[in-house]
Design a protein. Structure first.
Lengths: 162, 162
DNA sequence: GTAAAAATCACCCGAAAGTATGAAAGGTAA
DNA sequence: TTACCTTTCATACTTTCGGGTGATTTTTAC
């Protein structure tokens, strides 16, 4: 993205230099300025379109390698050795340990992932709403996310929960 | 869309006229041409961006509507058994049609699933927060859920989104 | 060209989520 | 016993979500 801006700047500089050259080259023309203007306008319109598409496109940025969906092959060999044979629906213990989620926190996270509200989770676990909020904050902190939706996305992607 | 092009044409004309006026007004400056060029470049870059945003909007999805005919063939069992012939990362068109989500709604839903807040989605799609809220309400209504977490859970389970 | 659908935006308001801070009880290990 | 962790709960506060309503503009379909 920032690269696009740099490229844009370079293109702008190059075109202005080109303009300068044209100015010197064809100074004779009376209406050169109009031609220049039109060409400039068209060129930079195109540049703008390109820029807009560049900037509007980038959608997903992955900051972590999604855990391979299949336990096949000789995986990239995790950060700290691992035993691959995890079942399809069992949380990855090693990944889990990486974030240090306590048992209760995992429970809450699981229920969050199922779409329950904090109040519903509190009722389900027979604790107060405030307690769930506290757990929630801890979870977000440990997973380094800001919202429950992010926590769910990340924990599912990393197979922390089923 | 065609109106956008007309507006673009008019804007270009107006700006060239403005340029002509500036030329007459400040002809004294030696480096006026550079200033003009820079201003023109910036203005038309902006115009290009605007144009791109206007024109590039309805470029992808759409035409997801032609399936009101409920060919209730294979869908329901798609949860885990064998997903229909669709690729692993492509939404299930049949399921999708069942809920009648529009193109924009699918986009918003996808971003919700990635953990973005309404404000972030609004920024990403270059629309207002209120618009995203409206889309959200429609999505929840169509999916028959109450919260975004539920919408994400359900749509992922039914493979409405990747 | 008109009608319908989709997309956009606004305002209000209550509910839910999340932050910050503090604290108390119980279990565990050094 | 002390130190630490987990779990529980509370109050106060800010932010985000989501419902309801109404509206305009743009696109698409006929």
């Amino acid at each position: 993205m920032s690269r696009s801006i740099i490229i844009y700047g370079l293109a702008m500089a190059a075109l202005l230099i080109l303009l300068k050259w044209l100015e010197w080259r064809f100074l004779l023309f009376d209406h050169a300025i109009e031609v220049y203007s039109g060409a400039l306008a068209l060129i930079f319109t195109g540049l703008g379109i390109w820029l807009a598409l560049k900037l509007a496109k980038p959608k997903v940025q992955q900051e972590a390698q999604p855990a391979p969906k299949d336990q096949v092959g000789p995986p990239v060999m995790a950060i700290q050795g691992q035993l691959p044979a995890t079942s399809d629906h069992a949380p990855d213990e090693n990944e889990l340990a990486r974030f240090g989620l306590s048992g209760r926190e995992q429970e809450v996270l699981q229920l969050m992932a199922e779409g329950l509200s904090n109040q519903e989770i509190a009722d389900r676990l027979f604790v107060s709403l405030n307690t769930i909020k506290t757990h929630g904050s801890r979870i977000f902190e440990k997973l380094d996310v800001k919202r429950r939706t992010q926590a769910v996305e990340k924990s599912k992607r990393l197979r922390l929960i089923k």
